[in-house]
Design a protein around this ligand. Sequence first.
Ligand SMILES: Cc1cc2nc3c(=O)[nH]c(=O)nc-3n(C[C@H](O)[C@H](O)[C@H](O)COP(=O)(O)O)c2cc1C
Length: 249
Amino acid sequence: MEMRQSWYRAADTRTSRRTYLTQRLTPETAAKLRKMTEECNREGGLNMRFVEHGEELFQGLKGGGMLRGVPSYVALAAPKSLAHRQEKLGYYGELLVLECTAMGLGTCWVSGTYDHNGCKEQIRLTGDEELSAIITVGMVSPEKSLKEKVVSVAGRRRKPLSDWITPSQGLPDWVVQGVETARKAPSAMNSQPVQMRYESGAVQAFVDLPEGVHGLDLGIAMAHFELGAWSAGAQGKWKPGHNGYVFEL
Ligand SMILES: Cc1cc2nc3c(=O)[nH]c(=O)nc-3n(C[C@H](O)[C@H](O)[C@H](O)COP(=O)(O)O)c2cc1C
């Protein structure tokens, strides 16, 4: 997927939104998101589904009542046989999030607080597929609701750059901009589990337990890093390495 300046700008303004307006997405917006989901699936070998009418999944207190009025969502599913499934879903899912943000929509990554079985039924998940999480999508008011503010306060603090990358001094500008963009990425419970290392002109990125939710966090941070580096003029791609992933120019 080609990087876009609008996504880089969106990384700055994105924040998880958990209260949605009652309006549905316009047919044009829904068509755009469906198309991008299909493109990501083709490129990544994924089976993500854009569910335009997903209201039922969050009705009442389903999913613990953390999210309200969700009209649509992207279900992050992939073949069980696909290697690096979690990182790929994280990477492409976050590009979708940034596209939504650029279009003025609200989003939230949700791996825990939703009705997993209800979702599997709604998207007709097959026995060969695994569902890792969903991304809620919808119109939002410019300001967060009081409830959203309370939930967000707990989870928006970011670790300093020196906790993300070793060494943290004397780094080229593209690496600094990559890490700064990765720092803005969402992560499950805001745990920011990704570690990076700069060595011999390349960046490695890894997490403990990539098979779980941290694999999603890693893919999300990789998408942000690539965007930041690209915006600083450094074009590179992530490739699987011995330990995690390697970003080379
Ligand atoms: C993989 C993943 C799973 C998440 N799961 C949930 C969830 O189940 N419920 C929820 O309310 N937020 C969830 N979040 C949102 C995080 O809490 C949020 O991204 C983090 O607190 C940082 O806040 P921000 O997104 O506003 O920058 C998840 C985020 C990620 C990346």
